[in-house]
Structures are given as C-alpha cells and as structure tokens.
Ligand binder design. Structure first.
Ligand SMILES: *[C@@H]1O[C@H](CO)[C@@H](O)[C@H](O)[C@H]1NC(C)=O
Ligand SMILES: [Zn+2]
Length: 181
C-alpha cells in the first residue's frame, strides 16, 4: 500500500501561520474500485458549466448502494456528494441520519471545503452526516479554490482513501476547467 503525505501552508493573516497536514492511503479493495467506477459513471452524467467541476458520488453502506449523485443533478448549483446525501430517505424519515452512520461516500473528487456560491461545503455536510469513510479518485485541482477537504475530514476522524489509477477517468469530464489554466 502506497502512502503519501502533503503539507499545505497558508498565510491567512500576516501574523498567523496555519499549518495543516493530510495523509491518505490508497485502497486496493476490489469493492472500492467497483463503486468508484459507479461514481465515474455518475460524473459522466454531469453537464459541464463554467467555473464548476463535474463530479460523481455513490453512498454505500453494508455493501449496498444507498444513493448516487452528480454535479447539478438536483436543482440549484448542487454538488455530487450533496445530491447523494439529499437523495437518501429512510423508510421512516427520522431514521435517515441513522443510515449515514458507518456509510462510505465514494466521490470522483476530493469533497469541497469552500464554495464560491457561498453554499455549505460538502466536507461540512459529510462531517455532520457522520460518514465513516470517504473514498476519492483525485484531489481537487487548484484551478478554482484551495481545497482542504481531506485534512478537515481527517481531523474529524473520517478515514480518507484514494482509489489508484482512476485520475484520468475522474479528470475526463473536467476538461472545461483544465483548459482554462
Ligand atoms: C466516462 O466518459 C469517458 C469519456 O467520454 C469515457 O471514456 C469513460 O469510459 C466513461 N466512464 C464510465 C465509467 O462510464
Ligand atoms: Zn462539494
């Protein structure tokens, strides 16, 4: 298993130095690879718009797909993970939160930590939902905002793993963003 670490250094104010670290491992689990392919299929369904990525997500618990989502699937400027969470409705509505506990969110791209629209970031939503594990395809490229999703998830005890060898497939629906830089 390959392990890699990245350090980001920010200078939000001249007097404050904030250092955050994130450390992810690759997963070689065949089930993880399978659900990531489902997430990539979802990302492929997303219609590109200027200034936003095309991402796909699949929420899984106990080897069962609870829901899927892709960027802008639901009305508004919605994100893939946001849609996947919103689409889960337990038979008894009050139990929806129970369903999230112990679930894994597969997403083609690192969950966002800042939204230019001002909407609540997916990282906050995943932490609030008490998701156990996040499996992603690629880190968010630095084209639009600096993303600290992985570090924030990990600081809340959520395991973050990366599926190897899917970067090209996860980037493919995002050529409209890449080409701007
Ligand atoms: C997603 O779309 C790309 C580009 O059109 C294609 O190469 C790839 O096979 C698709 N992947 C899935 C899982 O549907
Ligand atoms: Zn998001």
């Amino acid at each position: 298993m390959t392990k890699y670490k990245m350090a980001f250094i920010f200078f939000p104010f001249s007097f404050l130095l904030l250092l955050t670290m994130d450390s992810t491992t690759f997963t070689t689990d065949k089930e993880d690879a399978k659900y990531m392919q489902l997430a990539i299929e979802q990302a492929n369904l997303s219609v590109p718009v200027e200034g936003a990525y095309c991402v796909g997500a699949v929420l899984v618990k106990d080897n069962t797909v609870l829901s899927t989502g892709f960027s802008r699937e639901l009305p508004g400027n919605t994100h893939a993970e946001e849609c996947a969470l919103a689409k889960v409705v337990a038979p008894n509505k009050d139990n929806t939160r129970e369903l999230f506990k112990g679930a894994t969110m597969y997403t083609t791209m690192e969950p966002c930590s800042t939204r230019l629209s001002g909407n609540r970031p997916c990282t906050d939503r995943l932490i609030e939902a008490d998701i156990k594990r996040v499996v992603l395809g690629i880190k968010e490229p630095p084209h639009l905002v600096v993303c600290t999703g992985i570090a924030q998830l990990q600081s809340h005890g959520i395991q973050v793993q990366v599926v190897p060898d899917v970067a090209e497939q996860c980037l493919a629906p995002n050529a409209h963003i890449k080409s701007k830089n």
